[in-house]
Design a binder for this molecule. Structure first.
Ligand SMILES: [Ca+2]
Ligand SMILES: [Ca+2]
Length: 232
Protein backbone atom coordinates (compact mmCIF):
# COMPACT_ATOMS: atom_id res chain seq x y z
CA UNK A 1 0.00 0.00 0.00
CA UNK A 2 1.18 3.46 -0.83
CA UNK A 3 1.81 5.87 1.98
CA UNK A 4 1.08 9.53 1.44
CA UNK A 5 0.53 12.27 3.95
CA UNK A 6 -3.23 12.43 4.40
CA UNK A 7 -4.83 15.72 3.54
CA UNK A 8 -8.43 16.67 3.34
CA UNK A 9 -9.81 15.21 0.11
CA UNK A 10 -10.55 17.82 -2.54
CA UNK A 11 -14.05 18.19 -3.86
CA UNK A 12 -12.82 17.97 -7.43
CA UNK A 13 -12.22 14.87 -9.49
CA UNK A 14 -8.86 13.76 -10.80
CA UNK A 15 -6.00 11.39 -10.18
CA UNK A 16 -4.74 12.69 -6.86
CA UNK A 17 -1.48 10.87 -6.44
CA UNK A 18 -0.24 9.44 -9.74
CA UNK A 19 3.04 7.66 -9.25
CA UNK A 20 5.53 6.30 -11.72
CA UNK A 21 4.39 2.82 -10.79
CA UNK A 22 0.75 3.65 -11.44
CA UNK A 23 1.57 5.28 -14.75
CA UNK A 24 3.29 2.05 -15.67
CA UNK A 25 0.21 0.10 -14.59
CA UNK A 26 -2.03 2.30 -16.70
CA UNK A 27 -0.01 1.29 -19.76
CA UNK A 28 -0.44 -2.34 -18.78
CA UNK A 29 -4.15 -1.67 -18.36
CA UNK A 30 -4.36 -0.27 -21.86
CA UNK A 31 -2.99 -3.51 -23.28
CA UNK A 32 -4.94 -5.79 -20.97
CA UNK A 33 -8.28 -4.04 -21.35
CA UNK A 34 -9.79 -6.82 -23.43
CA UNK A 35 -8.50 -9.49 -21.07
CA UNK A 36 -10.13 -8.03 -17.98
CA UNK A 37 -13.18 -9.82 -16.74
CA UNK A 38 -16.63 -8.69 -15.77
CA UNK A 39 -16.79 -10.98 -12.80
CA UNK A 40 -20.02 -11.15 -10.88
CA UNK A 41 -19.42 -10.57 -7.22
CA UNK A 42 -20.92 -8.65 -4.36
CA UNK A 43 -18.86 -6.46 -2.04
CA UNK A 44 -18.53 -6.74 1.74
CA UNK A 45 -17.01 -3.31 2.13
CA UNK A 46 -15.74 -0.38 0.11
CA UNK A 47 -14.05 2.84 1.13
CA UNK A 48 -11.41 5.39 0.30
CA UNK A 49 -8.32 4.89 2.46
CA UNK A 50 -7.02 8.04 4.14
CA UNK A 51 -3.45 6.77 3.70
CA UNK A 52 -3.44 7.49 -0.01
CA UNK A 53 -7.02 8.37 -1.02
CA UNK A 54 -7.27 5.33 -3.21
CA UNK A 55 -10.47 3.27 -3.15
CA UNK A 56 -10.40 -0.28 -1.81
CA UNK A 57 -13.00 -3.02 -2.20
CA UNK A 58 -13.16 -5.91 0.28
CA UNK A 59 -14.79 -9.32 0.06
CA UNK A 60 -14.27 -12.30 2.34
CA UNK A 61 -10.50 -12.57 2.85
CA UNK A 62 -9.29 -10.44 -0.09
CA UNK A 63 -9.34 -6.87 -1.35
CA UNK A 64 -8.85 -4.99 -4.60
CA UNK A 65 -7.60 -1.46 -5.23
CA UNK A 66 -9.63 0.57 -7.67
CA UNK A 67 -8.07 2.34 -10.61
CA UNK A 68 -10.26 5.43 -10.31
CA UNK A 69 -9.75 6.70 -13.83
CA UNK A 70 -10.69 3.37 -15.42
CA UNK A 71 -13.27 2.34 -12.84
CA UNK A 72 -11.80 -1.12 -12.62
CA UNK A 73 -9.35 -2.89 -10.38
CA UNK A 74 -5.64 -2.19 -10.50
CA UNK A 75 -3.33 -5.02 -11.66
CA UNK A 76 -2.02 -7.55 -9.17
CA UNK A 77 -5.24 -7.76 -7.18
CA UNK A 78 -6.90 -9.31 -5.26
CA UNK A 79 -4.51 -9.53 -2.35
CA UNK A 80 -5.06 -10.89 1.16
CA UNK A 81 -6.71 -8.68 3.76
CA UNK A 82 -3.78 -9.66 6.00
CA UNK A 83 -1.84 -6.89 4.18
CA UNK A 84 -3.91 -4.55 6.34
CA UNK A 85 -2.05 -5.39 9.49
CA UNK A 86 -4.38 -6.28 12.32
CA UNK A 87 -7.58 -6.31 10.24
CA UNK A 88 -9.62 -9.55 10.22
CA UNK A 89 -11.28 -11.20 7.21
CA UNK A 90 -14.96 -10.74 6.37
CA UNK A 91 -15.27 -7.19 7.63
CA UNK A 92 -18.68 -5.50 7.78
CA UNK A 93 -17.57 -2.18 6.28
CA UNK A 94 -14.85 0.46 6.31
CA UNK A 95 -15.49 4.12 7.06
CA UNK A 96 -13.42 7.13 6.08
CA UNK A 97 -14.86 9.35 8.78
CA UNK A 98 -15.53 12.83 7.42
CA UNK A 99 -14.93 14.28 10.88
CA UNK A 100 -11.21 13.56 11.14
CA UNK A 101 -10.38 11.77 7.84
CA UNK A 102 -9.23 8.67 9.67
CA UNK A 103 -10.04 5.12 8.57
CA UNK A 104 -12.13 2.74 10.69
CA UNK A 105 -12.91 -0.92 9.99
CA UNK A 106 -16.03 -2.49 11.51
CA UNK A 107 -16.70 -6.16 12.20
CA UNK A 108 -19.23 -7.66 14.58
CA UNK A 109 -19.22 -5.73 17.85
CA UNK A 110 -15.78 -4.15 17.34
CA UNK A 111 -14.11 -1.41 15.34
CA UNK A 112 -10.50 -1.09 14.29
CA UNK A 113 -8.95 2.36 13.93
CA UNK A 114 -6.23 2.18 11.31
CA UNK A 115 -2.99 4.14 11.75
CA UNK A 116 -2.23 5.38 8.28
CA UNK A 117 1.36 6.52 8.80
CA UNK A 118 2.46 3.18 10.20
CA UNK A 119 0.02 1.13 8.13
CA UNK A 120 -1.20 -0.87 11.10
CA UNK A 121 -4.21 -1.04 13.44
CA UNK A 122 -3.93 1.68 16.06
CA UNK A 123 -6.52 0.33 18.45
CA UNK A 124 -9.45 -2.07 18.71
CA UNK A 125 -12.53 -1.21 20.74
CA UNK A 126 -16.18 -2.15 21.12
CA UNK A 127 -18.51 -0.20 18.82
CA UNK A 128 -20.71 0.56 21.81
CA UNK A 129 -17.76 2.27 23.50
CA UNK A 130 -16.56 4.40 20.59
CA UNK A 131 -19.65 4.99 18.46
CA UNK A 132 -22.46 5.61 20.91
CA UNK A 133 -25.82 4.44 19.57
CA UNK A 134 -24.41 2.60 16.55
CA UNK A 135 -25.49 -1.08 16.52
CA UNK A 136 -23.17 -4.08 16.26
CA UNK A 137 -22.96 -6.04 13.02
CA UNK A 138 -23.55 -3.07 10.73
CA UNK A 139 -24.23 -3.55 7.04
CA UNK A 140 -22.58 -0.37 5.76
CA UNK A 141 -21.09 2.99 6.78
CA UNK A 142 -20.01 6.12 4.93
CA UNK A 143 -19.72 9.90 5.22
CA UNK A 144 -22.02 11.67 2.76
CA UNK A 145 -21.41 14.79 0.70
CA UNK A 146 -22.96 16.88 3.50
CA UNK A 147 -20.21 15.44 5.77
CA UNK A 148 -22.82 13.67 7.84
CA UNK A 149 -21.95 10.07 8.65
CA UNK A 150 -24.43 7.23 8.20
CA UNK A 151 -24.50 3.64 9.41
CA UNK A 152 -26.91 1.11 7.91
CA UNK A 153 -28.32 -2.07 9.38
CA UNK A 154 -31.31 -3.96 8.04
CA UNK A 155 -34.16 -1.52 7.37
CA UNK A 156 -32.58 1.27 9.42
CA UNK A 157 -30.13 4.08 8.95
CA UNK A 158 -28.31 5.81 11.83
CA UNK A 159 -27.00 9.33 11.32
CA UNK A 160 -23.96 9.96 13.48
CA UNK A 161 -23.55 13.40 15.04
CA UNK A 162 -19.85 14.03 14.52
CA UNK A 163 -19.73 16.85 17.04
CA UNK A 164 -21.74 15.24 19.84
CA UNK A 165 -20.00 11.93 19.07
CA UNK A 166 -23.18 9.86 19.21
CA UNK A 167 -26.10 8.88 16.97
CA UNK A 168 -28.16 11.97 16.17
CA UNK A 169 -31.49 12.43 17.92
CA UNK A 170 -34.44 11.01 16.00
CA UNK A 171 -32.38 8.13 14.63
CA UNK A 172 -32.51 5.33 13.61
CA UNK A 173 -34.96 5.99 10.79
CA UNK A 174 -36.23 3.83 7.96
CA UNK A 175 -33.77 3.88 5.08
CA UNK A 176 -36.50 4.76 2.60
CA UNK A 177 -37.38 7.88 4.61
CA UNK A 178 -33.82 9.24 4.53
CA UNK A 179 -32.51 7.78 1.28
CA UNK A 180 -35.49 7.28 -1.05
CA UNK A 181 -34.76 4.75 -3.77
CA UNK A 182 -32.39 2.62 -1.70
CA UNK A 183 -33.18 -0.98 -0.74
CA UNK A 184 -32.89 -2.34 2.79
CA UNK A 185 -30.04 -4.59 3.89
CA UNK A 186 -27.26 -2.90 1.95
CA UNK A 187 -23.88 -4.58 1.59
CA UNK A 188 -21.74 -1.43 1.65
CA UNK A 189 -21.61 2.28 0.81
CA UNK A 190 -18.98 4.95 0.19
CA UNK A 191 -18.44 8.42 -1.18
CA UNK A 192 -16.04 8.31 -4.07
CA UNK A 193 -13.61 11.24 -3.96
CA UNK A 194 -12.94 10.83 -7.64
CA UNK A 195 -16.40 12.16 -8.57
CA UNK A 196 -17.72 13.23 -5.12
CA UNK A 197 -20.79 10.97 -5.53
CA UNK A 198 -22.08 8.52 -2.91
CA UNK A 199 -22.57 4.91 -4.02
CA UNK A 200 -24.52 2.06 -2.43
CA UNK A 201 -24.12 -1.66 -3.12
CA UNK A 202 -26.34 -4.67 -2.55
CA UNK A 203 -25.86 -8.10 -4.08
CA UNK A 204 -24.79 -7.72 -7.69
CA UNK A 205 -26.23 -4.22 -8.06
CA UNK A 206 -25.47 -0.65 -7.05
CA UNK A 207 -27.16 2.77 -6.77
CA UNK A 208 -25.80 6.31 -6.68
CA UNK A 209 -27.16 9.36 -4.89
CA UNK A 210 -28.49 12.19 -7.05
CA UNK A 211 -28.47 15.24 -4.80
CA UNK A 212 -30.41 17.31 -7.32
CA UNK A 213 -33.50 15.14 -7.04
CA UNK A 214 -32.80 13.83 -3.53
CA UNK A 215 -33.07 10.22 -4.60
CA UNK A 216 -30.96 7.12 -5.10
CA UNK A 217 -30.75 6.20 -8.79
CA UNK A 218 -30.45 2.55 -9.85
CA UNK A 219 -30.01 -0.32 -9.68
CA UNK A 220 -27.17 -0.91 -12.10
CA UNK A 221 -25.04 -4.04 -12.50
CA UNK A 222 -21.77 -3.92 -10.57
CA UNK A 223 -19.94 -6.03 -13.15
CA UNK A 224 -20.62 -3.54 -15.96
CA UNK A 225 -19.46 -0.50 -14.02
CA UNK A 226 -16.94 -1.60 -11.38
CA UNK A 227 -15.00 -4.04 -13.50
CA UNK A 228 -12.64 -6.88 -12.91
CA UNK A 229 -13.44 -7.74 -9.30
CA UNK A 230 -12.39 -11.33 -10.01
CA UNK A 231 -10.84 -13.81 -7.60
CA UNK A 232 -7.95 -14.61 -9.94
CA1 LIG B 1 -21.04 -4.89 4.59
CA1 LIG C 1 -17.89 2.28 3.53
Amino acid sequence: MLKQNPTKPPATSGNLFPTTLEKHFSIINAFSFFLLGKCETSFDAIEVWSGNYKTYVFRENVYWRLDDTRRQTSPNYPQGISNWRGIPDQIDDVLLWGHNWQTYFFKGDKYYKYKDYEDVVQHIEYISAGWSGVPDNIDAAFTHSDYKTYFFKGNFVYQFDNTADRVASGYPKNITDVFPGLPNELDTAFRWYYDTISYFFKGLEFWYWDGNVGKAIGPYNIKDNWKNHCFV
